[in-house]
Design a protein around this ligand. Sequence first.
Ligand SMILES: [Zn+2]
Length: 143
Amino acid sequence: MESDWSTTSSSDSADDEGSVSGSEVEMHDAQADDRDAAWVAEQFPGTTDAVLSCPMCFTQVCFVCQQHVRFPGQYRAHSVVHCRTLSDQLFVFGTRGRLEPAPDSTPFEGEVFRLVVCAKCGARVGVVDPDGAYHLFHVVTGS
Ligand SMILES: [Zn+2]
């Protein structure tokens, strides 16, 4: 699959001790399952634009999100499920407006994003910013 990811690291460590569970939110626990989609829809009517799933294994990764106003296929969310945040996979927005691996030699002055991957298959689904907002753009929609 073509992607904008320019990192060469394909060995996403599943045992990254610094990783933070993407399920670490108030609405879901690690056992969140498909029924949560309906629950969320009931609790937060009209607040989600789509149910997002992993493009590789179709595990649902987000139930409440907002579609980016300018970039179709890009979503913002405050919580995800079945995802892992890799704290050692850092990205910044480069000069071309694309995510690039964060330079690890020089301190970076801007926002640094951590990689978010599907907990099941490890596919990269997006990034999370320092404020805890998820930016998901390697996802598919479905319910
Ligand atoms: Zn997956």
